[in-house]
Write a protein that binds this ligand. Structure first.
Ligand code: PEP
Length: 249
């Protein structure tokens, strides 16, 4: 399976700043066969797509999507609009959307299914809060998020067009990376739960880890069983550290 290294720029970067970082990513591309996906803010998707110019191993995605073709949904964006701007991927269920913006599992599932049926690849994010982990609910949370997130997705579609990012909420943007033992355990669990949801093709779905990934911990994370890539927030904002992560291991 191809290793995916994904950058979530969140609400950072003007178009000019995004273009500059994207140009530096292209200039320093590792050529180690890994696929790099950048999720810029909506306003910069077309710029980053233009810089990447459909180059092998580089893709652009939206950070969110609304599950409808068009209509009276002020502030939202459709899959067709994302594709029109050059995106081939979209994030669904990022913890900031679940916990800051209050998105439910069911809504994440609708977005995932609709984006896939509109021709986008989806990176579905799952992960427990610290309270849930401490209450022994890791398995229940991941099971619910995977089951509802992929509720209306055919197994073959999931195998071909879905990646899952496990991102413990307590490790996102906090500098607290989950330890290797915790990541190993959570990824084995996520793989098993994915099999319950989509069957044997679960083994073809890339499972990424996200949460305070940095150049100095990337190699040890990528070496773990069932870790098929990384989703990076803070450390992806500078091309230099993003590229060091992409080269790690
Ligand atoms: C993220 O937002 O998906 C993320 C993993 O952020 P950070 O790397 O900053 O923890």
């Amino acid at each position: 399976m191809k290793t995916l290294i994904a950058a979530n720029w969140k609400m950072h970067k003007t178009r000019a700043e995004a273009r500059k970082t994207a140009e530096a990513v292209v200039a320093g591309l590792p050529g180690n066969g890994r696929s790099l996906i950048v999720f810029p803010p909506f306003t910069a998707i077309a710029d980053v797509a233009e810089v990447f110019a459909a180059r092998e191993g580089l893709a652009v995605g939206g950070q969110d999507v609304y599950p409808a073709e068009k209509g009276a949904f002020t502030g939202e964006i459709s899959p067709a609009m994302l594709r029109d701007a050059g995106a081939t991927w979209v994030l669904t269920g990022h913890s900031e959307r679940r916990h800051v913006l209050g998105e439910s599992d069911a809504f994440v599932g609708r977005k995932t299914a609709f984006a896939l049926s509109s021709g986008l690849n989806v990176m579905l994010c799952v992960g427990e809060t610290l309270e849930e982990r401490e209450a022994g609910q890791l398995e229940a949370v991941l099971r619910r998020q995977l089951r509802e997130g992929l509720a209306d997705v055919a197994a073959e579609t999931a195998a071909a067009h879905v990646a899952v990012a496990y991102e413990p909420v307590w490790a996102i943007g906090t500098g607290k990376v989950a330890g290797c033992a915790e990541v190993l355990e959570a990824h084995a669990l996520a793989r098993r739960l994915l099999r319950d949801v989509v069957g044997a093709v679960a083994d073809e779905i890339p499972l990424l880890y996200g949460g305070s990934v940095k150049p100095d911990n990337a190699a040890s994370l990528l070496a773990l069983d069932n870790v098929n890539g990384l989703l990076i927030g803070g450390a992806s904002l500078e091309a230099e550290s993003f590229l060091r992560i992409a080269e790690a291991g």
